[in-house]
Design a protein around this ligand. Structure first.
Ligand code: NAD
Length: 275
């Protein structure tokens, strides 16, 4: 089999086009602490997309030396600003800040990243909620393959709070049988070999070998790793996996663009402009 490509760029463009000119006008505030270059790029891309779609948008650049109290005051202000429906604090934060306390200071109704403890609880209890953007984008891609999810064997590799764990919850909500693999998992190859759906969210270049993939599986590569030549590489051996998979996401141009698109969807939902 030779896999069809799940083109995240094209799907993201389709998703975001539907968000232009919504009313009430959605508003997004993005908070960047410090000067990490990768975070600065992510934040700029998010703000630019909000601008492109005609959303109200604010980008707040705070110094790396900002105190916990000062940051909480900024969030308090945004929580009470009616123009702002979505608040995102770019992670990771400098070490002196308590990330969990910072995220929990965001009004859950404005938690467009879906990382608040209230959002997490609602996600696991199958209640309506704002769900984390990257795994939500993965679900949108899976939906577009038309591959039935009910009863499918899914393996998620990586157990972070922002990708792996919410990915498990979202797949389970669609009646997949989900295995969560992580750094202590014995025989990762055997788990992957059983999967109809593989989601790799590890951060180790080409950890998942093409030969492990079950014939006809859907392969979603969340990983973004810099190769020795500076190029972006995923967590999956792309060419070899594409020989066996039915669908596969490229890196770049796969899950990455979907993350920003789903952030815009969450912002529109938080504004009440979208169901
Ligand atoms: P993380 O470092 O928080 O978590 C990585 C997880 O991988 C851990 O749970 C760990 O147990 C697991 N792991 C590590 N080594 C392993 C191994 N050898 N075998 C099995 N599991 C192993 O990372 P994260 O924030 O979840 O991000 C994961 C990857 O996804 C990174 O490459 C990141 O850049 C990328 N990412 C992409 C997007 C996007 O929009 N495309 C968004 C978020 C993260």
């Amino acid at each position: 089999m030779s896999a069809q490509i799940l083109d995240g760029k094209a799907i993201a463009a389709e998703v975001t086009e539907a968000l232009v000119g919504l009313g009430p006008r959605p508003g997004l505030a993005v908070v960047l602490v410090g000067e990490d270059p990768a975070s600065a790029v992510y934040v700029r891309n998010k703000t630019r997309m909000a601008e492109k779609l005609g959303f109200y948008h604010e980008q707040l650049n705070l110094p790396a030396t900002v105190t916990q109290d000062e940051l909480l005051q900024v969030l308090h202000r945004l929580n009470h600003d009616d123009r702002v429906h979505g608040i995102l604090v770019q992670l990771p934060l400098p070490k002196h800040l308590d990330s969990l306390a910072v995220i929990d200071a965001i009004d859950p109704a404005k938690d467009v990243d879906g990382f608040h403890v209230v959002s997490t609880g609602k996600l696991w209890q199958k209640r309506p909620c704002l769900s984390p953007c990257t795994p939500t984008g993965v679900m949108e891609m899976l939906r577009r393959t038309g591959v039935p999810l009910r009863g499918a064997e899914a393996v998620v590799i990586g157990r972070s709070n922002i990708v792996g764990k919410p990915m498990v919850a979202l797949l389970e909500r669609q009646d997949c049988t989900v295995t969560l693999a992580h750094s202590r998992t014995r025989d990762l190859a055997a788990h992957v070999g059983r999967a109809d759906i593989v989601v790799a969210a590890v951060g180790v270049a080409e950890l998942v070998k093409g030969a492990w993939i079950r014939e006809g599986a859907v392969v979603i590569d969340v990983g973004m790793n810099r190769g020795v030549d500076g190029k972006l590489v995923g967590d999956v051996e792309f060419a070899a996996a594409a020989e066996r998979a039915s669908w596969i996401t490229p890196v770049p141009g796969g899950v990455g663009p979907m993350t920003i698109a789903m952030l815009m969807v969450n912002t529109a939902r938080a504004a009440g402009a979208l169901l």
